[in-house]
Design a protein around this ligand. Structure first.
Ligand SMILES: C[S@@+](CC[C@H](N)C(=O)[O-])C[C@H]1O[C@@H](n2cnc3c(N)ncnc32)[C@H](O)[C@@H]1O
Length: 830
């Protein structure tokens, strides 16, 4: 069985729906459009009702990314998306709190990004090259922009071209969303050729480098605003609000943005149009209308898709709903009543199908096939460009940057290297070769506040002539390198007013010969938490091995950068009379080297050619443990199970013959087991529970609960209390003589002593135990030759910590292990 995300069977088959969401109009609309074949309808609709898997994209431009990649490969909860390098997928139900907090920490430090599978596709199909001019017309909140930048860098490394020579313009029409995008671009991507721009994509200006020399983009991404019904799995509340009308209001806007993107594309360039909507009026209709508008100058680009990526053909015909008459649909513009064919009406001619679409350049990503959101993608290329004649001055480039910023004071100017501020920075920080070109940023009060690094290609683009009255607004430009210090700081001291900026610290650390400090990883973590290293500690650390480079701060006071010894993480700081103060916090920048949880992979306790016994960790499903075994032994099968939250010995036969043998041994209760359990209260010292159990399926899904019921199956559990005080809790050894589902849990609950935290059976959660305290300590069976097979799984760390807490430290971890080694062995039956 493959571990690849798309190869584990359909999403709907693997999961049960969590909520029965529905909308009759939605189902009627999409059935009529024929978006999926009738026989796949149930799979499609069921998938839309199941939670999305979590998908992460490892940032392969970061140091240590391979370590992270390997840790995902080791962990059975993650499967790799075979069509996207570095993307991993985890089932929603395996994504527990521990995994969530680990991934959030990794996301914060930009070791990975969360991005659903289908959304990875549009940037991938842009085929970005390191030196491309790329325009992302609808960029916020920025996942795809970031992905494009990473791909540019990666492709740059592959072709050993400098990966930083391209340009990425991230435009969005929504100011708030632009500001959401900002930290991603400046803090995470840190790409000198990137500008964030606020403007209407449909009116993005034409730019000219000279007479009849229009600046055109190599790549354009139009990930347009859409009704978003492909993301119902992520936003189940939208089932209720879905209507046929809303998408109709978006069609023209989408078409205008696409047409603008196509106009700005260079001949031979590539444009990707995408939506997370499944509606043909927002998808195929927009594409056909744009093709018609450009005559033969643009066409769909047949593309080689990764072979493992499952895509569905685009529609060639579709129905347009009448917004005034529910249930009424039109196939062609001529069918629309004349009264509705007004220029101001909702229905427009471009919504109707006209002409064939090349399915090799235009396709759908169906939720049930990609196990993600529904998406639509079309790839265009251009064969000819028609420009409008414009009168522009004869000089090729403008001396200044004609783009507006947020107001007239807030502007950007090109900075020359002999500028006196720049000279003082070079001297103070010992800058070997000053990164350039630099632009100065003036804030909205007109005060010079920042020096930003851009690259030459971006500067040229910004100095070209804009063919419009007011330009879109520049929200950010390049990478901030230096920031001005507060006016009232160190007024009488002869140090420059400039300190390194957070965004540029990494670049500066490679170029500065002075004022570069390195500290150990542990000290860096402490510093990020406290943000201040008092002067005395700074001086003390500076004399030892934990801090290096203090001698490079001749003047002592003033800006500096501080990083980890391996040089992979840098932040700006300032040395003042009180010590070293950091301009960053752990909250903002994340951990320099987030700790990885040990991968969830079961250790093997014993293995022969016929049978393997694993020490299954809590949190791993038995089915996933089986997959691990099947990687080497494809014939392995399950004959017994442990609940996901239960840890310990799990026996898996490796061949059909041994499966038959062990099935029989389990059925005849010949496999002896001993479990450790922590229960509420103080049960009698020894007991034997023989109540029959009946298993009931919950909510039509794969969840079960056992009940004591005379009509159920015979069940027998012996137990012995090995630690406990009146009032509880108590630690037991339990010996199930039968193998019913949830047997120990249900039997103990029936006795009035449910397991701690076992809320399904009436247990209560405690702060000292965050897993089900049930562990299969030992197991005895007979192998195929009749020899005794005896296995023992020591108590896992987190369970041990809970036991120490239960007894208030009366027994320490090793003492508990020793107790179990002595008492927890099962004596084989003769
Ligand atoms: C689907 S989202 C883009 C998602 C983004 N590409 C990403 O991957 O994170 C569409 C974006 O288009 C923006 N938008 C809406 N109308 C626009 C217009 N006329 N021009 C440019 N952007 C627009 C919205 O503010 C929204 O941020």
């Amino acid at each position: 069985m493959s571990r690849h995300g798309t190869a584990r069977g359909s999403a709907a088959n693997r999961r049960s729906p969590v909520a029965v969401e529905s909308n009759e109009a939605f189902e009627a609309f999409y059935r009529k459009q024929g978006v999926v074949a009738e026989e796949l309808w149930d799979d499609f609709i069921q998938t839309l009702r199941t939670p999305m898997p979590v998908v992460v994209r490892i940032n392969r431009t970061k140091p240590h990314w391979e370590e992270l990649h390997n840790s995902f490969a080791e962990d059975l909860r993650w499967s790799q998306l075979p069509w996207f390098p570095g993307a991993w997928q985890c089932d929603a139900k395996d994504y527990d709190d521990a995994l969530r907090s680990q991934c959030s920490a990794l996301n914060k430090s930009y070791a990975l990004r969360f991005q659903e599978a289908a959304s990875l596709v549009p940037p991938l199909l842009l085929e970005v090259k390191p030196a491309d001019l790329l325009l992302d017309l609808c960029a916020a909140p920025g996942s795809k922009t970031l992905e494009c930048i990473e791909l540019m860098r990666e492709n740059g490394h592959k072709s050993s071209q400098d990966g930083e020579t391209g340009v990425v313009i991230a435009n969005d029409a929504d100011a708030e969303r632009c500001f959401e995008l900002l930290p991603l671009i400046t803090r995470k991507a840190r790409y000198p050729g990137c500008a964030v721009v606020l403007g209407n994509g449909a009116k993005y200006p034409a730019q000219f480098r000279g007479q009849d020399d229009q600046l055109l983009y190599d790549k354009v991404l139009c990930d347009v605003p859409c009704s978003g019904d492909g993301t119902l799995r992520r936003r189940p509340h939208c089932w209720k609000s879905w209507s046929v009308d809303f998408p109709l209001t978006l069609h023209q806007k989408q078409l205008l943005i696409l047409c603008r993107g196509l106009h700005l594309l260079r001949p031979g360039g590539r444009l990707v149009y995408s939506t997370c909507s499944m509606n043909p009026i927002e998808n195929e209709a927009v594409v056909t209308a744009a093709l018609a508008r450009f005559g033969g100058d643009v066409r769909l680009a047949p593309s080689d898709l990764p072979k493992e990526l499952r895509v569905a053909k685009c529609l060639q015909t579709w129905w347009v709903p009448d917004p005034q008459d529910s249930g009424c649909f039109y196939k062609s513009w001529t069918e629309v009543p004349t009264s509705q064919r007004k220029p101001s009406g909702i229905l427009v001619e471009s919504m109707f199908s006209s002409g064939e679409l090349d399915p090799r350049g235009c396709f759908r990503l169906n939720p049930h096939e990609i196990d993600g959101s529904g998406f639509f993608v079309a790839i265009f290329t251009k064969t000819a460009h028609r420009s409008f004649p414009v009168q522009i001055p004869s000089s090729r480039l403008m001396p200044e940057i004609p783009w507006r910023a947020r107001n007239e004071n807030n502007r950007y100017t090109v900075v020359s290297t002999d500028n006196s501020d720049v000279q003082s920075i070079v001297k103070f920080y010992g800058l070997r070769d000053l990164p350039e070109p630099l632009v100065a940023e003036y804030n909205i009060k007109g005060k010079l506040t920042q020096l930003n690094l851009v690259n030459s290609a971006l500067l040229q683009l910004l100095q070209s002539h804009l063919n419009c009255k007011g330009s879109p607004l520049l929200v950010s430009l390049g990478i901030p390198l230096f920031k001005v210090l507060d006016d009232n700081f160190m007024t009488n001291i002869d140090v420059p007013r400039w300190r390194p900026a957070m965004e540029g610290a990494q670049i500066l650390a490679q170029k500065m010969e002075k004022r570069v400090l390195r500290i150990s990883l542990e000290q860096m973590r402490k510093l990020l938490m406290k943000r201040l290293l008092p002067m005395q500690s700074l001086l003390t650390l500076g004399t030892g091995n934990e801090l290096k480079g203090l001698e490079s701060c001749e003047e002592k006071l003033g800006g500096a950068v501080v990083g980890t010894m391996d040089g992979t993480f840098w932040v700006p700081c300032i040395i003042t009379g009180s010590g070293l103060e950091l301009y960053a916090s752990l909250e903002e920048v994340g951990d320099p080297l987030p700790k990885l949880l040990p991968p969830l992979r079961p250790p093997v306790i014993s293995a022969t050619e016929e049978v393997m016994v694993l020490d299954k960790p809590s949190g791993l499903r038995t089915e996933d443990a089986l997959r691990f075994v099947q990687q080497k032994h494809p014939g392995a099968e399950l004959v017994s199970r442990l609940d996901k939250e239960t840890s310990g010995c799990l026996l898996i036969p490796l061949t059909a013959l041994s499966a038959k043998e062990f099935t029989q041994q389990f059925a005849e209760n010949k496999v002896q087991k001993c479990y450790v359990a922590v229960v509420h209260g103080h049960p009698p010292e020894k007991g034997h529970i023989t109540e029959a159990l009946r298993l009931v399926q919950l909510g039509g899904g794969t969840k079960y609960r056992a009940f004591v019921d005379d009509t159920g199956k015979a069940a027998s559990t012996r137990y012995e209390r090995i630690w406990g005080k009146p009032g509880g809790p108590s630690v037991l050894l339990a010996y199930p003589e039968t193998g019913r589902t949830h047997q120990i849990r249900c039997h103990m609950a029936h006795l009035g002593h449910p397991l701690i935290g076992d809320t399904k059976y009436g247990g209560h959660v405690t702060f000292w135990c965050d897993r089900l305290p049930l562990h299969c300590l030992s197991l005895v069976a007979r192998d195929l030759s009749g020899q005794i097979l005896k296995c023992f799984a020591p108590i896992p760390e987190e369970f041990l910590a809970a036991l120490v807490a239960v007894c208030d430290g009366e027994l320490q971890g090793e003492q508990w292990q020793q107790l179990f080694r002595e008492k927890g062995q099962v004596i084989p039956k003769p």
